[in-house]
Write a protein that binds this ligand. Sequence first.
Ligand code: COA
Length: 260
Amino acid sequence: MSYQNILVEEENEILYITIDRPSKLNALNRDTIQELHEAFSEAKDDNEVKVIILTGSGEKAFVAGADISEFADFSPEEGKQLAAEGHAKLFDFVANFPKPVIAAVNGFALGGGLELAMAAHFRVASENAKMGLPEVSLGVIPGYGGTQRLSQIVGKGRAMEMIMTAGMIDANQALQYNLVNHVTTQEELLEFTEKLAGKILNNSLVAIEGAIKAINASYEKGVNGFEVEMNEFGKAFGTEDFKEGTSAFLNKRKAEFPGK
Ligand code: COA
């Protein structure tokens, strides 16, 4: 499929999805969200794709937010609809994606940009990255999961401060806050992220899918994460990957997971 606002490239079982509107600091307009939805939907069904790395074009930004020019004259109903559509197409879709999604944060990750990075399963940042949820400086609040995911990741007090001050933190502070797992130079960001993806690729992706579900369940109100874990644990025993993983271990050889 051809896209106008994103670049999609697969290499060695890793799909690189790059948001590509550098002149607008990769701001997420409606078309970009739709294209991201399509690219992720295709990746879900593509057996060649095992891990996704999400990043931004250019050296300045991952994503500088939702495209402010698109919603400046929205009514309350339209605002709510915008958030609901965004969750369904992108933010919840990515958070619950069955294959690992790593955000390689290569610059500004603000507003919807940080919300997208937080919807990814984990984050690696380059030293020049700057992160924040500045929505209250525009008279609105984060609407793509920011109030929920930021407090889950960095804790309530830090989330309150970041959202109330509308400030930005740099990559090292984000590391201290556990908002990103690693910080690299800008030149090394993708290579470093690829190495992490490579480690993931050695493992059973069916088991990883179950683990994603179980980990996410612990953040869902009204869902018993331990029960989800038990079910996913049980299901794993019925997979070919489990047979291969255990027999490879017992025969002292490297596992070759069929991914089923
Ligand atoms: N929505 C729409 N356009 C955006 C944007 C956004 N979230 N963020 C940046 N842009 C556009 C700018 O309007 C500008 O476009 P122009 O050249 O046509 O005028 C272009 O991207 C470059 O941005 P600019 O502001 O000139 O770059 P800068 O280096 O001076 O500042 C930022 C960088 C990130 C500090 C600044 O762009 C900014 O504050 N962006 C908005 C961040 C935000 O509030 N995001 C949350 C949205 S809910």
